[in-house]
Design a protein around this ligand. Structure first.
Ligand code: TYC
Length: 115
C-alpha cells in the first residue's frame, strides 16, 4: 500500500507517484506525431496524362476521379501532392514512380518534402 502518495511532474512531463521509498513512473502518454513527408509530382511536357493517372491509382491508391483531378492540378499549376506518409513509405513510393517512369523513358520528376 502506498501511504501519503504524492503526485509530482518530472522534468520530461512524466508523472510519478512517490511514497518516500518508491517512485512509480506512469507510462508516458505519447502526444507527438511522427514527422510526415509529402510526395510531390512535377509537371513536364512529355509524360502522358494517362501515365500520371496510372501512377496515382497504382502507387498512391487514388480513385480514378481523384487521380484525374490531381494530375490536372499538376498539369495546370506545375506540381501537386500525391500523398503524405512517414519517411520510409514516402521515399519508397517516390522511387517506385521514378523506376516505372524511366522504364518508359518519361522524364517525370517526383520529390519528397518534409511537411
Ligand atoms: N503536362 C503533361 C502533358 O501535357 C501531363 C503531366 C501531368 C505530366 C502531370 C507530368 O506530373 C505530371 N502530357
Amino acid at each position: 500500500m502506498i501511504l501519503d502518495a504524492k503526485m509530482s511532474v518530472a522534468n520530461n512531463g512524466q508523472q510519478e507517484i512517490s511514497n518516500g521509498n518508491l517512485l512509480l513512473a506512469e507510462p508516458k502518454v505519447q502526444t507527438k506525431r511522427p514527422p510526415y513527408f509529402k510526395v510531390v509530382l512535377l509537371n513536364d511536357d512529355y509524360t502522358p496524362m494517362d501515365f500520371v493517372v496510372f501512377v496515382l491509382k497504382g502507387i498512391f491508391h487514388r480513385s480514378h476521379e481523384e487521380a484525374v483531378s490531381i494530375m490536372l492540378e499538376i498539369h495546370q499549376k506545375g506540381a501537386g501532392i500525391c500523398g503524405v506518409y512517414t519517411r520510409d513509405i514516402a521515399e519508397t513510393k517516390a522511387e517506385e514512380v521514378i523506376t516505372i517512369a524511366r522504364r518508359k523513358e518519361y522524364p517525370l520528376q517526383c520529390l519528397v518534402e518534409k511537411e
